[in-house]
Design a protein around this ligand. Structure first.
Ligand code: DHB
Ligand code: FE
Length: 299
């Protein structure tokens, strides 16, 4: 174990801790089902049922801050500016208008001080982040919040949005995302306030929205990905991006974001293996295979 890792393992109670990671698809039709009261429909009920244990778990494990890794879908960023990695440092983030008006969900409240600390630390660890002080958030961020919290009047914790470009080539590799997760962990655990921080990875699982293979789902591959994400994240991180695209469809590449969250877990820095608090997989939801995992750190 490197010295810095050992230091992060022995973080004192006065410092922020990464307590758990949460992984979830972010299909926009799930947001539409929530917004239009369709969660009990035959099509949607089995999918939402899979998140009932997660909502119960969240009630007992509500963090102070979620570091939420997602991709913007050309709503805030478009082809004029394409940051590979961008951190939201603002105090508030409004839901974006994705074509049908902004979703009727609460504003997302940020943590500018922690976000700035993470930016400082991660950039000094040689990852070039774009700092975004004015950011609107789309379904990539708001749908996972609904899945884990339902539809409260206010989100029950602060959220730091972290955008990854998985829309416009070139996209970052799984290995880079996994290493970035480790840097984010060091950044969070060197913050001088005893905050409970969760890191979420969103997007995926297999889906392709365009071309002759539109509608592609690969449940077997997705479940093997979940197995490896739990037990062999380092090995999984070496998988080249072309394997994601071939096996999980062109939008399956969103899954590299899950490796950022996984890289921030304690075992990757030499600590204890995480506990699987919940695992769920469901097909279909719109064009996408829905995958979900909660991993708790054993600190
Ligand atoms: C769908 C899934 C996505 O991840 C997305 O960003 C847009 C659409 C879908 O399944 O329809
Ligand atoms: Fe998406």
């Amino acid at each position: 174990m490197e010295q810095a890792d050992a230091a992060s393992q022995n973080a004192t109670p006065g410092q922020a801790r990464v307590t758990a990671s949460v992984y979830s698809s972010h299909v926009p039709a799930i947001g539409a089902a929530v917004d239009h009261g369709k969660t009990g429909d035959d099509y949607w009920a089995p999918m939402f049922k899979g998140f009932e244990p997660s909502k119960d778990w969240m009630k007992k494990n509500t963090p102070d801050v979620i570091f939420l890794v997602y991709n913007d879908h050309a709503t805030n960023f478009d082809l004029s500016v394409i940051p590979t990695f961008a951190i939201g440092t603002a105090a508030e983030f409004e839901p974006a208008d994705e074509g049908y008006g902004p979703r009727p969900v609460p504003k997302v409240k940020g943590h500018p001080r922690l976000a700035s600390h993470i930016a400082q630390s991660v950039i000094q660890q040689d990852f070039d982040l774009t700092i975004v002080n004015d950011l609107k958030v789309d379904h990539g961020l708001t749908v996972p919040l609904n899945l884990m919290f339902g539809s409260p009047a206010e989100w029950p914790c602060l959220v730091i949005p972290f955008h990854v470009n998985v829309v416009q080539y070139p996209v970052p590799s799984g290995a880079r995302c996994f290493a970035l997760g480790q840097a984010i962990r060091k950044a969070i655990e060197s913050y001088d306030e005893p905050l409970n921080v969760q890191i979420w990875g969103t997007g995926g699982m297999s889906h392709q929205l365009q071309g002759p293979r539109a509608g592609l789902i690969n449940a077997e591959w997705d479940n093997a990905f979940l197995d490896r994400l739990i037990a062999d994240p380092k090995g999984l991180s070496t998988m080249p991006h072309i394997d994601y695209v071939r096996e999980a469809g062109s939008e399956g590449i969103e899954l590299v974001m899950w490796l950022i969250a996984r890289g921030a877990m304690a075992d990757v820095a030499g600590g204890n293996a995480p506990t699987v608090a919940h695992r769920f997989f469901h097909v279909p939801a719109s064009n996408t295979a829905v995958g979900h995992l909660i991993l708790e750190n054993n600190l």
